[in-house]
Design a protein around this ligand. Structure first.
Ligand code: ZN
Ligand code: ZN
Length: 381
């Protein structure tokens, strides 16, 4: 970083906004950026709202007017949030340059991104949650890839990754079953036993009388979800590259989800019949062993998400009484702007320090604004 700082002072500090950030005047750039950011955020959030629409339609047995209006409102909120973030960052960059008379290493991107990210705390809860999830997941993945020898060992060791995923799986499923936290997770946990009304005739809580049928139904449903995900990913990547080759369609998500639910349910049903094992250990053990399915789809992106959700499940706020859980602000509101700033700063200055996912998120929500600055810097150096 010392070398970068020195070369920054020598080559970039005295540059104008036009040379580093944008053509035309700062005011015109801010105006034009509004439309660019709105367009890029509209494209970026479209799959999210389609999933939202699909999930709520399935739950209510079809799309009704209320669900459609809610989806449109959610879409508008997401796009508005993305535009506000990106605009505040780009306007702060120009303002700091004009105020200080030159660029500094941390006033070019880091401080503007912190300012823009800080406003996320005021967004509606679901918009904030989605933005936090994307950035924290990208940060964890970037840190796993490039921070220190321990992270590098983890990134290269499949068995270590699998072990960590198994622990996260146990924590998340247990947390969801006990209602500590109800964020998105790939599996829905089995219903807990009702201590008030234990059924002596039946060890499991599922509606099916036969455990085998329950396991097979789970595998069938999750295979279909995995298949939909694989086809969706194939369609998105093929339309981006404009190459429609069926050999690029793989079924890793299908295999992973089918195996995950199969292992989890089979182990849980089996353990529930064994009286010598402590009741409180049965469910975490099933979640833990179900995590072995990571071997079918070993992706650092999934591991990063699992780590994030496990940390959220264990967050002390989730275990407090209901009146405390209504507090709107938390530690994540402080971490979010700093994480965003870290990712954007490093993406432009030292691209190899951040994950591919980080680059996709940053570029997709800023109409390639950060990437274009990186290109201009590379040309000027
Ligand atoms: Zn400017
Ligand atoms: Zn069962």
């Amino acid at each position: 970083m010392a070398v970068l700082s020195k070369s920054f002072q020598e080559w970039l500090s005295g540059r104008s906004c036009n040379e580093l950030l944008h053509p035309h005047s700062c005011r015109r750039a801010a105006f034009e950026n509004l439309f660019r950011f709105a367009w890029s955020n509209s494209k970026y959030y479209l799959p999210v709202v389609l999933l939202h629409l699909g999930k709520h339609s399935l739950r209510s047995g079809g799309a009704n007017q209320e669900i459609l209006l809610d989806t449109l409102w959610y879409y508008a909120q997401l796009v508005f949030g993305g535009v506000v973030d990106a605009s505040l960052i780009s306007i702060s960059m120009c303002s700091l340059r004009n105020f200080l008379g030159k660029f500094h290493l941390y006033t070019l991107l880091f401080i503007p991104a912190t300012i823009g990210g800080a406003f996320c705390a005021l967004f509606p809860k679901r918009v904030k949650h989605l933005q936090h999830t994307a950035i924290f997941q990208a940060l964890i993945e970037s840190l796993l890839l490039h921070l220190n020898p321990l992270s590098k060992l983890l990134a290269s060791s499949l068995s270590l990754q699998t072990a960590i995923f198994m622990i996260c799986s146990a924590v998340i499923l247990e947390g969801q079953q006990r209602r500590w936290y109800n964020g998105f997770w790939f599996l829905t946990p089995d219903a807990p036993k009702d201590p008030e009304n234990p059924s002596p005739s039946k060890s499991c809580t599922h509606l099916e009388l036969d455990c085998g049928l329950y396991i097979v139904r789970g595998i069938r449903n999750y295979l279909l979800v995995g298949l939909a995900l694989d086809v969706f990913r194939y369609l998105v990547s093929s339309s981006k590259l404009n190459q429609w080759n069926l050999s690029h369609l793989n079924f890793q998500s299908t295999a992973w989800l089918g195996c995950y639910v199969g292992l989890y349910r089979a182990v849980h049903c089996y353990l529930r019949r064994i009286p010598i094992i402590d009741e409180s250990l049965k469910h975490p053990l099933a979640g833990f062993l179900g995590g072995l399915s990571y071997l079918f789809y070993p992706k650092l992106t999934i591991l990063s998400y699992a780590l994030l959700e496990a940390i959220r499940s264990l967050s002390p706020k989730k275990h407090k009484p209901r009146k405390y859980s209504k507090i709107r602000f938390g530690w994540s509101d402080v971490l979010f702007p700093l994480s965003l700033a870290y990712l954007i700063h490093n993406y432009v200055m030292e691209g190899q320090r951040v994950s591919a996912l980080s680059g996709v998120i940053i570029d997709s929500t800023t109409a390639n604004y950060a990437r274009n600055i990186g290109k201009r810097i590379a040309r000027l150096q």
